[in-house]
Design a protein around this ligand. Structure first.
Ligand code: ADP
Ligand code: K
Ligand code: ZN
Length: 429
């Protein structure tokens, strides 16, 4: 690991650094953005009153509604001539979010991304095949900038284009792939189909943008014979991809606490959860200029992992992103996250990682149908018993009744981007 990319802070130094960043951010937002100033004033907060991390809880939270209210340049806290670029989110949930960057914001993001490549064990000799979207999205640009800054060779292909990806894997002998888990799976399936495994020398995959399951990872690792897979978190509001990375201990993700404060709050009461419990990730940036975040509710669910990491890196860790609080399905009055269904499916070796949930309403009653693919190695004639067993398990674990249909491997739609796991058609009937 190249230490140049990692700040060596003691716990006290990190705290002092975060407190200085918090004070700077509150004053910057207060002076630069009308809406922030009003929100802070309404909560009785002046910048002078914010001294340290204990004051964080008195600050109002910022939500996606605040972004909508100031569309198209939300949270803007610098004069417009300091803005050098905008990016937008893919809008998985509702209206597109557009966020602005200053030159310094781009530099910060770039070094965060470079740190990710360093933690994943890359060197400037690596060839990095980037298979995520370029353009308005942060994904392609983020991986690209960080890769060049780190000094490895970027192969900017973008998503889709399976033929070009295969050609580059073969001809360029790429050593690292950056993609969504869905795209990695799609490529792995194609490589297997064309029996190209022995001619490809991919060592690592960095994947993000969507949750993935251990099964997806295992399948991809097996096909490519990888040294490691690294989960990368990121969101447009917080620069883009690269706000942390899974390390070689493969137990959670280190996050860049020198760039933002992470709180885990109960999404209903907005109080901090007990250490190690699941809650909503709420972030406060420490040096972001164009669109600073003060207690921004990400809607993503995770938990802090308080124990020191065996890899020795002192930066703190959170668990992988376990889902979005928006993805919650309310089914016959029961709250369920797709991730909980995925966890049940994980326990059946006869099933693959690919599933889809369809919700409809029949005679005023919610109906759920789960479609899941059989594992390529499993027997088809056992489908009847299998669907029965899965259905029983879901009823016991999540208290939902649903019909389970077992499909052949490859029957569900594949995507280059984020897989859509839930089709909610209850309002269209
Ligand atoms: P959106 O998808 O809302 O349009 P973005 O394109 O900015 O917005 O994507 C950010 C979101 O993608 C995160 O809030 C999170 O829900 C999801 N995401 C990003 N990386 C991961 C990851 N490694 N694991 C799980 N989910 C992720
Ligand atoms: K400009
Ligand atoms: Zn670690």
């Amino acid at each position: 690991m190249t230490h140049a990319y990692f700040p060596r802070f003691s716990a006290e130094e990190l705290r002092a650094h975060q407190e200085a960043g918090l004070r700077w951010t509150v004053a910057h937002a207060y002076n630069g953005n009308e809406r922030y100033r009003k929100r802070l004033q309404d909560s009785g907060v002046t910048p002078e009153a914010v001294r340290g991390l204990d004051d964080l809880r008195h600050l109002p939270v910022t939500t996606v509604d605040d972004l909508r209210a100031e569309y198209p340049l939300p949270l803007l806290s610098v004069p417009e001539d300091e803005v050098v670029r905008v990016h937008a989110s893919s809008g998985t949930t509702g209206k597109r979010k557009i966020l602005a960057y200053t030159q310094k914001d781009i530099e910060t993001w770039k070094s965060m991304m470079a740190r990710c490549y360093a933690l994943a064990g890359l060197t400037p000799r690596d060839r990095v095949q980037i298979a995520v979207g370029y353009g308005l999205w942060t994904a392609g640009v983020g991986f690209q900038l960080g890769c060049e800054h780190f000094g490895a060779m970027a192969l900017p292909i973008g998503p889709g284009n399976l033929d070009i990806h295969l050609q580059f894997l073969l001809d360029m002998q790429s050593t690292c792939l950056c993609s969504t888990a869905s795209m990695a799976l799609l490529l792995a399936e194609e490589v297997e189909k064309q029996r190209l495994q022995d001619r490809i020398h991919l060592k690592r995959i960095i994947f993000g943008a969507e949750p993935h399951t251990p099964k997806m990872r295992q399948r991809v690792e097996e096909v490519f014979g990888l040294e490691g897979c690294y989960d990368i978190p990121g969101m447009t509001e917080l620069y883009g991809p690269g706000t942390g990375l899974e390390c070689d201990a493969h137990d959670g993700l280190h996050y860049w606490a020198d760039q933002f404060i992470l709180e885990i709050l109960n999404p209903v009461t907005l109080e901090p959860v007990a250490p190690g419990e699941i809650g909503e990730m709420v972030v406060t940036t420490l040096s972001k200029e164009a669109s600073p975040l003060i207690r921004y509710r990400t809607r993503d669910l995770s938990r802090l992992l308080p124990d020191p990491c065996p890899c020795g890196l002192e930066l703190p860790r959170h668990d992988r992103i376990l889902g979005r609080s928006d993805d919650m399905i309310i089914f016959r009055g029961v709250n369920i996250y797709p991730g909980q269904i995925a966890e049940v499916l994980e326990t059946f070796p006869e099933l693959s990682s690919e599933y889809q949930i369809r919700l409809t309403r029949q005679h005023g009653v919610d109906v759920m149908v789960l479609r899941v693919e059989r594992h390529p190695g499993a027997r088809k004639d056992a489908d009847g018993n299998l669907s029965e067993a899965v259905s029983t398990c879901l009823r016991r674990r999540l208290m939902v009744r649903c019909a389970v249909h077992i499909l052949d491997p490859g029957d569900l739609p594949r995507t280059f981007a984020k897989s859509k796991r839930v089709l909610d058609e209850r309002d269209s009937e």
